[in-house]
Design a protein around this ligand. Structure first.
Ligand SMILES: [Ca+2]
Length: 465
């Protein structure tokens, strides 16, 4: 063994051990994923009506990415991207489950995947390999509906979670009391008057309390603030009274109450980490799966959930943890990045064959360097509030291609964050350059495209209603 090899081996040993020879304690990971959370729904991001002191404090205590994106404008694909580290186009899980039916639309949407294939090693599975206890709490929405045989193999327990509280095929609460008891969801007990966000938080706190020796991964995937909009009566009353006291940029007391319950939930989990002296040993992530329903909660961005513009995909995107100094970053980042970032932060080996579309953000988080410049991509060959589209962000530019007619929209997000001025005609070369890159990317991930629909009925419009 030569000197270099010996030195390398010694270095590996030193990295993995502390001075007394014990393995370095791996940090815990708490991941808060909020459903349909707009870019402007937090106090610190522009809402003068909502009250979110706990989340705002979390944002300030870590790295806040101002160009943080969800990988899709609707739920299931965005969630799959976080867990797989792959773009929805690559894993062919491109729409919310079970998706809309548009039999007479101009385009026939591709036959897409309504589950995550078991061959993939998901983030919780990679963390289990690294010795973590894993808990899933809340909304799953990553399994087929109505196919009982197939469904049973796709609950969170079949995808790397030791515990599943509330996860099933639902994309929103569907119990008899919806956000109130009875919840009718897996492994969630409740009593009269219980509120779903609070009850799920009880389980999250209990999970943290139960942990002894192993590091843990708590994936808290809120049902809130998705429809139905239902707040706790005492909080709704508070915001109704507040509304009478002045003029605000948001004005829905039920919604504000839901947001406060979310904030209190985050606060309770963070308090529990403090109480157990784990706060400095835990990585905490906070983000959303797609934009809010309604652009008023999207912080002045154009569009909202299910639209192709920024309001559909730009999200709060905060990461705090050991070694991460408070700060902000305007580097564009996306949901596929969490998987390699978390592995890198806990000093576990990356799995580049798995999280193919993610990049570790560790250099940005520790402020030790930059990540390689890259473009980000979206692929939504489906009908929703938008027509089927693909999009690319490269530097400050974003190009959207609509598949029905090839229409292009080009925006310079640095000067025009609200996407009001389409530059496609004024800058044809830039548009062509980005379109080419987008097309090449689609080929590289074998993304499925919609096809002309023989059953198209123009009388019903392009959406086929
Ligand atoms: Ca959602």
């Amino acid at each position: 063994m030569n000197w270099i090899k010996t030195g390398g081996l010694l270095l590996v040993m030193l990295v993995g051990m502390n001075v007394v020879g014990a393995a370095i304690e791996k940090p815990n990971v708490v991941f808060f994923l909020v459903d349909d959370f707009g870019w402007g729904a937090l106090s610190s991001m522009g809402s003068d009506f909502h009250e979110t002191p706990n989340i705002d404090k979390l944002a300030k205590s870590g790295m806040a990415f101002s160009n943080g994106y969800a990988a899709c404008t609707v739920c299931s694909p965005s969630r799959a991207a976080i867990l797989t580290g792959c773009y929805p186009g690559r894993i062919r899980l491109t729409d919310w489950i079970a998706g809309h039916k548009r039999p007479n639309a101009k385009l026939k949407v591709p036959d897409w995947n309504m589950k995550i294939d078991h061959e993939r090693i998901l983030l919780p599975e990679a963390l289990k390999e690294a010795g973590y206890e894993t808990s899933f709490i809340g909304k799953w929405h990553l399994m087929p509906t109505r196919q009982k045989e197939l469904m049973k193999d796709h609950f969170p327990e079949s995808h790397g979670f030791d515990q599943n509280i509330g996860g099933c095929e639902w994309g929103q609460p569907k119990g008899r009391g919806l956000f109130f008891h009875p919840f009718d969801m897996p492994n969630v007990s409740s009593k009269e008057g219980d509120y779903l966000t609070d009850r799920l938080t009880d389980y999250a706190v209990e999970f943290i309390d139960q942990q002894q020796n192993n590091p843990f991964f708590l994936y808290f995937s809120y049902y809130t603030v998705h429809w139905p909009i239902m707040g706790k009566p005492e909080l709704v009353a508070k915001y109704k009274a507040k509304l009478k006291s002045g003029k605000y940029n948001h004005n829905n007391p039920e919604y504000a109450a839901m947001v406060q319950s979310l904030d209190e939930s985050v606060g309770r989990v963070l308090d529990k980490l403090e109480e157990r002296e784990l706060a400095d040993k835990t990585i905490v992530v906070f983000t959303g799966d797609n934009g809010a329903t309604g652009s008023k909660y999207c912080g002045g961005l154009r569009g909202s959930k299910a639209y192709s513009h920024e309001g559909g995909v730009r999200e709060p995107f905060f990461i705090k943890g050991p070694g991460i100094q408070p700060g902000t970053s305007d580097v564009p980042v996306i949901g596929t990045d969490f998987y390699p970032t978390i592995l890198d932060l806990i000093a576990a080996p990356l799995k580049p064959e798995q999280h193919k579309d993610g990049v570790s953000l560790k250099p940005l988080l520790l402020q030790t360097g930059d990540i390689e410049e890259r473009s980000l991509f979206w692929h939504y060959p489906h009908y929703h509030k938008t027509n089927p589209y693909g999009a690319i962000r490269s530097g400050n530019y974003k190009l959207i291609e609509f598949f029905e007619d090839g229409k292009l929209e080009l925006y310079n997000l640095k000067d025009d964050l609200a996407e009001e001025s389409n530059l496609a005609d004024a800058m044809p070369e830039k548009a062509a350059e980005l379109l080419k890159e987008l097309e090449q990317w689609r080929v590289s991930v074998a993304a499925q495209l919609p096809a002309p629909n023989p059953k198209h009925d123009p009388e019903r419009g392009s959406h086929g209603f």
